[in-house]
Design a protein around this ligand. Sequence first.
Ligand SMILES: Cc1ncc(COP(=O)(O)O)c(C=O)c1O
Length: 306
Amino acid sequence: MPDWASLRAEFPLLDRYVYLNACSLGPLPRAGQAALEAYAGAWMEKGTPAWYSDWLPLLDRLRGRVAELLHAPPGSTAALVVTTHLFFTTGYLQDVRAIAAAANAAGALCVIDGYQTVGCVPVDVGEIGCDAYVGGALKWLSGGPGTAFMSVQPELLPRIEPQGTGWFATQEPFSFTLQELTFAPDARRLETGTWAVPSHYAALAGLDLVLSVGVESIQERLRDLTVYILERCDEAGVRTITPMERERRCGIVTLECDHPEEAEARLHADAVIVDWRPGRVRLSPHWCVTEEELERGMDLVLQHVR
Ligand SMILES: Cc1ncc(COP(=O)(O)O)c(C=O)c1O
C-alpha cells in the first residue's frame, strides 16, 4: 500500500486547502514544478537545439508512459473524443467493456472518453475492446491543462482521416509540400502542429508520479474516501446522485443543492475547494486528502449545502 502521508508532501497545496476538486484540476506536484523549471531552463540555455536534446526525447517518454497507463501498444497514441468512461456529472463508472462489445456487435466503432478515469481507474484498452480511448493529463494525472492523448486500435489507423490537422500529421513534415496532403501511415497522422512542450513537461511529471504510486491503489483509496462522503450525506439526509455500489464509482460524488454556486464560494472562504454544476455540488477528493481533513471538510460541506 502506498504511503499516503509521505506522498502528500509532493502536493504543497494540500496544506492550504481541503482539496475536494481533483476531478477538475489535479494539484501541481513538486515534480511538476521542477519539470516546468527544467523546460524553461532548456529553452533559456539552448534555444533551438533544445528540440533535439530535450523536447523530442521528452515527447517519446511521454508517449511511452501513456501507453503504459492504457496498456496500449506503443506507437498507437495521439488525440480525439466521443462517449465517457466515468460521468463528470454523477460519478457513475460505466461498464465500457459491455458497451464496446455491444457497439462492435452492431457494427459500430466505439470511442471512450477516459478523462475522468485515467490516473484513478485502471485502464486496459485491449481488455475494454474499444476502437479508440482518449484521455488528458489535467485531472487525475495532475499534469495541468494542454496535454491530451488517444490510443487507437492499429488496424483502424489507415481508415482515419483527421478533419483538423497540422504539419506533424503528414507523411513527411519536413518536405514542406503545400500542394498535397498525405497523412502519415501510423498514429502520427492524428497529430497536429508544434507540440505544447511546457504542458508535456508537467504531464510527464504527473504521469510518472501516478504510475509510481499505482493506479489500483489510487482507485481503492478514492473509493474509501467517496464511500465516507456518501455515508455522511446519507446520515445528514442530503441526496446524492452517485452510486453507492463500489465498482460503479471512483473519485466523484455529487450532491443535490439548490444554491450550489453560493455553497462553493462559502466553502472556498472556509478553505475547502469543491466544484458546482447546476443543482449540484461536486466533490472529488485528492487521494492524499486525510481522513481527518475529509471529516472536517464534510462537516463544512453539509453545513453549506443545506
Ligand atoms: C469527461 C470529460 N471529458 C473531457 C474533459 C475536458 O476536455 P477538454 O480537454 O476539451 O477541455 C472533461 C473535463 O473538463 C471531462 O470531464
